[in-house]
Design a protein around this ligand. Structure first.
Ligand code: HEC
Length: 270
């Protein structure tokens, strides 16, 4: 009977360990990404192996005959130190409630170990985190995450991948406009003319625009295209910075009066 109880306790403690392992994996993952998932898999595999070993121990411990006490039983005896049932008489307290009696059992060593262990842990933790300060307290962890996020944001900003039709601005530096011209000649001139005078596509040198004359309008038209009218979407071929550059270049063409201009299309913008 006693063995079965111990067994149950053992299984419960072990299940708690397995269930908690994904949580541990999550907190230790930190950066997320590949490393995080590798750690998760490693924890899962380890938990699985430990489960098999524990299971073997349980099966094995059941087989041990009474004369020779198995290692597992001995272990349970050491951490529980429950007196044998014959001695319970000595532990009986003299109060009695409706026939229910109480034994003056000692607090089991496993419990005291956790109790003192947590006190020792608390001291170590306090010294480490608050006196030496080598560990990160929550506040520092938060500040660190904010710092990393700001860095990532800066990198994304520099790479231009955060530029979109809502926040795009007109570029006016020579290098960006030269890039824009390059992109225009390679990709757009076939339809809009070498000098933006218009061909299949509309003229960019007049004040007439079908989809608006703001940098945001141009960016949107170039990014998503107007497929029904023969203007394709460029977002898979040009990155946001390139779209910004070519759109800025197009805006410089206004009033350049190239030869063979295409007749105005769209609405007049001043
Ligand atoms: C296959 C021909 C073709 C190519 C190549 C092309 N366009 Fe167009 N584009 C058009 C047509 C046609 C329209 C008019 C769409 C409409 O009527 O709505 C247009 C419209 C536009 C407009 C909107 C003009 C307005 O009046 O509102 C912009 C801006 C534009 N194109 C930029 C570009 C850029 C930049 C490229 C190169 C990266 C490019 N286009 C390549 C055919 C083309």
């Amino acid at each position: 009977m006693k063995v079965i109880n111990n067994k149950k306790l053992f299984i419960i403690v072990f299940l708690m360990f397995i269930l908690s392992s994904p949580i541990l994996a999550q907190t230790s993952a930190g950066g997320g990404d590949d490393l995080g998932s590798i750690i998760k898999i490693m924890v899962a595999v380890t938990a699985f192996l430990v489960a098999i070993i524990m299971w073997l121990v349980l099966v094995y411990s059941e087989k041990g005959d009474d004369a020779e006490v198995s290692g597992f039983k001995k272990f349970m005896q050491v951490i529980n130190q429950r007196p044998p049932i014959e001695e319970e008489q000595n532990l009986l307290l003299d109060h009695d409630f409706d026939g229910i009696k109480e034994l003056n059992n000692k607090i089991p060593p496993w419990f005291m170990a956790i109790f003192y262990g947590s006190i020792i842990w608390a001291v170590i933790y306090m010294v480490d985190f608050h006196v030496i300060g080598s560990g990160n307290v929550q506040e520092d962890e938060y500040a660190e995450e904010v710092r990393v996020a700001a860095m990532e944001r800066e990198i994304l900003n520099k790479s231009g991948s955060l530029i979109n039709e809502d926040n795009v601005t007109v570029l006016d530096d020579a290098a960006a406009l030269a890039n824009g011209k390059d992109i225009f000649v390679k990709n757009c001139a076939a339809c809009h003319g070498m000098n933006g005078e218009g061909l299949v596509g509309p003229n960019f040198t007049d004040n007439y625009w079908i989809h608006g004359n703001k940098i945001n309008d141009l960016f949107r038209t170039i990014k998503y295209g107007v497929p029904a009218k023969g203007m394709i979407s460029w977002q898979t071929q040009l990155d946001p910075t390139q779209i910004q550059e070519v759109a800025s270049y197009i805006l410089t063409l206004k009033g350049t009066n190239p030869p063979n201009p295409k007749a105005p299309e769209g609405d007049l913008f001043e």
